[in-house]
Design a protein around this ligand. Structure first.
Ligand code: NDP
Length: 285
């Protein structure tokens, strides 16, 4: 029996400012197309003072969900009915999903990172972790690694206030002990580190030759070295690590997986990872 026609697409998208260069639409639309879903991903410029109205519009137009990017990831917490425990711990939401008439906040950044680790494969349980940075990406990764049972986390950050705040949250709200190191000069990695993550914005396009100030001769072949920078994915930081025999993980995998997790939250279907990965690879040349 034929189905009645429906001309109504389900809507998701991203709110941000600036937003024009955010490539998420490319991987999400490729995924909808591959699974023959009548869904649309809209890239929407929302100025900071308009977030309340935009969230109201989201409810009024029955969006299935939304991604939040700079500068809305923290501010959006005010407009949600519920926040997932890990997102509450991170203190930021990058994905909203609708459950009935309720808007639920999630954070898929750190989950995407954990999922990317499985491809190496590496189990974070008991691992000694060094995270460079204490911004949004570092918080999401730190919290998810701690919740996944990391053995110990050192946060290395230039601003001590931000770094100490993340360490305090990890020490008081997770079972993983954490320590803060102020990043004032070249950072020497402890020899027993298992996992090293650049979660700063150093190396992001257009500043593609920049690299974190670490003592590169302290990287060993026993370490797994990761970068959150998705564009370009093969950063000078990862190249230095490869030269010293370390296994590496780039930021493209994390970006694809955080999107794939959001896709599943919205549509209920498993995301076509390969399709999404290829779509983003084309964008980043
Ligand atoms: P934030 O602005 O919240 O944090 C930036 C961090 O980088 C801070 O810890 C900041 O230190 C540090 N930093 C920046 N420049 C320097 C420098 N020159 N020297 C030392 N430290 C520096 O940004 P986000 O955490 O949101 O994003 C960080 C990166 O992660 C971005 O490049 C983004 O593209 C990427 N990202 C990737 C994702 C993925 O899926 N692959 C997902 C989310 C983000 P301080 O606190 O001292 O200012």
């Amino acid at each position: 029996m034929s189905q009645p026609a429906t001309y109504k697409a389900e809507l998701v998208g991203a709110f941000g400012h600036p937003i024009a260069e955010n490539p998420t639409i490319v991987m999400q639309e490729a995924a909808f197309h591959a699974l023959n879903l009548n869904w649309r991903y809209l890239t929407i410029e929302v100025y900071p003072q308009d977030l309340a109205a935009a969230m109201q519009g989201l409810r009024a137009m029955n969006f299935q969900g939304i991604n939040l990017t700079i500068p809305h990831k923290v501010e959006v917490l005010k407009y949600l009915d519920e926040v997932a425990p890990d997102a509450a711990l991170i203190g930021a939401v990058n994905t909203v999903r609708r459950v009935g008439d309720q808007l639920v906040g999630e954070n898929t950044d750190g989950k995407g990172f954990l999922r990317a680790l499985q491809d190496i494969p590496i189990d974070p349980r008991g691992k000694k972790v060094i995270i460079l940075g204490a911004g949004g990406a570092a918080k999401a990764i730190g919290v998810e690694l701690a919740l996944a049972g990391a053995g110990h986390i050192i946060i290395v950050n230039r601003s001590s206030e931000r770094g100490q705040e993340l360490v305090d949250a990890l020490n008081t709200k997770t079972r993983t002990p954490a320590r803060f190191v102020e990043w004032v000069s070249t950072y020497a990695l402890p020899a027993n580190a298992d996992l090293v993550v650049n979660a700063t914005s150093i190396g992001l396009f257009p500043d593609v030759n920049a690299q974190p100030d670490v003592a590169y001769d302290t990287i060993t072949a026993n370490m797994i070295v990761c970068d959150v920078i998705p564009n370009p994915p093969h950063t000078p930081f990862l190249q230095e690590a490869e030269r010293r025999g370390a296994k590496t993980l780039d930021g493209l995998g994390m970006l694809v997986y955080q999107g794939a997790i959001a896709f599943k939250m919205w549509t209920g279907q498993d995301a076509p990872i390969e399709v999404m990965y290829r779509a983003l690879q084309e964008v980043f040349g």
